[in-house]
Design a protein around this ligand. Structure first.
Ligand code: NAD
Length: 379
């Protein structure tokens, strides 16, 4: 079988998410890393290429050179750079005919996001955005069970993403922080909301099928340029309401993603710190813990979750990433081989999910800056 070849932009060995991509992809033997522009720093670029046995003549010091040389030689590119270059790099690869996997948030503005979606469609290219949490098997279990009516009609959703990684910023003098994340030039109009909140926005939509129609928010910047703590009331397209909290100044918290959904017939709760379990309540029945073992999960939901190893051996974050890539790579492969893509082949967050994330960010910031006024999110 001819392997799928990919290149990467960003993600040197000192970076955070690039290594998660490479490890997630490495679960799949059908793929090889053949080229890259891994870093803004030349030595780190070469070091990463060397570590991954990428030919030195396929290492690029400007992504534009990589586009020019590699467009016909790779099946997709993974973009793992900071937010400020997502748009221009994605656009350059799309225009050269390359399928794209890009980090979130997709880009800075709604116009840029819609332009990327339009180019992908016009060129008939696949474009994934790395909202990796919907790759967790139990997210797929909940999605299927909710679609089958196990909790009835959704009446309320609670979403949280909390971390304490920026708490020190509130105690420093001078510059906001040493990280690009809190600098609008590199991050865009938002820090915490764009970084972590967009994961919740996508996850809730993926699992429940509900879209956020409007938001009323408080956005706490603590005198800095960008947000570090956001509280949001949301209204969904079915009229239900919910509450989201995103914070990077929550003492003691560390990537604690929480999802709770309440319906007319039942409820579900999922915590990223225990990703293999779902707390499931059915009206009038005792509380159950559904586990990745499959016991108590209906067979269709278990089949869609595609568990990799027996329960008891934790799968975790890398496997969530691998599941997003498994779907994306399979679709890229089918497309390369001229096979028809079915709806089930597209079970990964795509460019329209990215557009939705950018719209959500802009609506929340607008509300926060206008005394928590309700802001509609346009279709
Ligand atoms: N999906 C997730 O769960 C998740 C988690 C963390 C970060 N992210 C996203 O991933 C992106 C990167 O975040 P990170 O934490 O890995 O950042 P990082 O600062 O750790 O790494 C960024 C990398 O990009 C490189 N880079 C910067 N500009 C470049 C350019 N013009 N050309 C080539 N390389 C360039 C840097 O040298 C570095 O290797 C961000 O958009 C962030 O929001 C997503």
């Amino acid at each position: 079988m001819k392997k799928i070849r990919y290149g990467m932009v960003g993600g040197d060995l000192k970076a955070l998410i690039g290594e998660v991509h490479r490890k997630g992809i490495a679960f799949d033997p059908r793929v090889e890393l053949v080229c890259g522009c891994f870093s803004a720093i030349d030595e780190l670029n070469l070091e990463c290429a060397d570590y991954y046995s990428v030919d030195q003549d396929r290492v690029y010091f400007d992504y534009k050179d990589m586009v020019a040389e590699e467009a016909g030689n790779i099946d997709f590119v993974s973009i793992c750079t900071p937010n400020f270059v997502h748009y221009e790099i994605s656009k350059a690869f799309l225009e050269a005919g390359v399928n794209v996997m890009c980090e979130k948030p997709l880009c800075f503005t709604v116009e840029e996001a819609e332009e990327l979606a339009a180019i992908a469609e016009e060129k008939n290219l696949l474009f994934a955005v790395n909202y990796c949490y919907s790759g967790y098997p139990m997210a797929k279990v909940m999605k299927e069970m909710i679609a089958q009516g196990e909790i009835g009609d959704v009446i309320s959703v609670i979403g949280e993403y909390s971390a304490g990684c920026f708490l020190d910023v509130l105690h420093e003098k001078g510059e906001t922080s040493k990280f690009w994340r809190s600098d609008p030039k590199f991050s865009g109009i938002s820090n915490t909301l764009a970084d972590d909140g967009t994961h919740i926005e996508h996850f809730v939509n993926y699992v429940t099928g509900l879209k956020v129609k409007r938001v009323a928010a408080t956005v706490d910047r603590f005198g800095k340029a960008l947000d570090f703590n956001d509280n949001i009331l949301v209204e969904f397209d079915n009229g239900a309401h919910g509450a989201y909290w995103f914070s990077q100044v929550a003492c003691g918290k560390s990537n604690e993603m929480v999802f709770r959904v309440y319906g007319t017939e039942g409820s579900m709760e999922w915590y990223q710190v225990r990703p293999d379990d779902v707390i499931f309540n059915k009206r009038g029945e005792a509380t159950r813990i559904l586990s990745r073992a499959g016991v108590g999960i209906n067979p269709e939901a278990a089949a869609k979750a595609k568990f990799r190893i027996p329960f008891g051996h934790p799968e975790g974050y890398y496997v969530a990433e691998a599941n997003i890539y498994r779907a994306f790579i399979s679709a890229v492969m089918k497309m390369r081989d001229g096979e028809e893509l079915l709806e089930e082949d597209l079970d990964f967050p795509d460019v329209n999910t990215g557009v939705s994330g950018v719209k959500f960010v802009h609506a929340v910031i607008e509300s926060g800056d206008n005394d928590s006024k309700w802001i509609e999110i346009e279709e």
